[in-house]
Design a protein around this ligand. Structure first.
Ligand code: B4P
Length: 187
């Protein structure tokens, strides 16, 4: 398993687990959220395009996000695999990823779906707000991001379910326990 996605609602542990799993498997973790935040911090044109959407908890427009992912997946470090975190997040992005991978003569091996209930998600993100002060971790914006996930991203899992590559993993419990469950699901 070398070409994978990690999908789940905000706070499910995608970013946390993507870093750990990518280290274990020796493939790069590519987080669209992290790339946007680095660009916002560096005051790039991409960051300026993305900032208002991220602060509001909305998806950044597909035209911006798709271009960014296409460029990132064309880099040489992804030749032997990657773990995409936070992309695709709607049906149009699934279509774009299919087209990018077809051009690279690659295929997805697995989609990791991380689950957790809504109360736990809100608590985790409010906890992160106190530690990291991310602009999109206020309670109103967190609830909006969860609604956006239900309205747009949940359907992405259904699309991949039809291809038989989804592995569902319980995201509750310690970070170490969740990592162990993911590795077991991939083996
Ligand atoms: P992301 O950066 O993907 O943010 P996220 O959904 O909150 O997930 P994240 O990975 O940070 O959180 P995690 O669950 O690991 O997206 C941010 C924004 O960027 C989006 O709202 C959107 O605007 C934009 N964006 C990104 N991708 C896009 C796309 N494809 N298209 C359009 N727009 C896009 O962790 C959350 C917290 O839980 C952490 O504090 C962590 O320490 C804690 N935690 C994790 N595991 C835990 C555990 N087992 N127990 C307790 N706490 C745990």
């Amino acid at each position: 398993m070398t070409r994978m996605l990690i999908i789940g609602p905000p706070g499910a542990g995608k970013g946390t687990q993507a870093v750990r799993i990518s280290e274990k498997l020796g493939v790069p973790a590519i987080s669209t959220g992290d790339i946007f935040r680095a660009n916002i911090k560096g005051r790039t044109a991409l960051g300026q395009e993305a900032k208002s959407y991220i602060d509001a908890g909305d998806l950044v427009p597909d035209s911006v996000t798709n271009r960014m992912v296409r460029d990132r997946l064309a880099e040489t470090d992804t030749a032997d695999g990657f773990l995409l975190d936070g992309y695709p997040r709607n049906a149009a992005q699934v279509e774009e990823l299919d087209s990018i991978l077809a051009e690279l003569d690659q295929e997805l091996d697995a989609v990791l779906k991380l689950t957790a209930d809504r109360d736990e998600l809100v608590q985790r993100l409010l906890g992160r707000a106190q530690k990291e002060g991310r602009t999109d971790d206020t309670e109103d914006v967190i609830r909006h991001r969860l609604d956006v996930y239900d309205a747009e991203t949940a359907a992405v899992v259904d699309l991949y379910d039809g291809r038989g590559i989804v592995r569902e993993v319980d995201g509750l419990g310690s970070v170490e326990d969740v990592t162990a469950r993911i590795l077991a699901a991939l083996s």
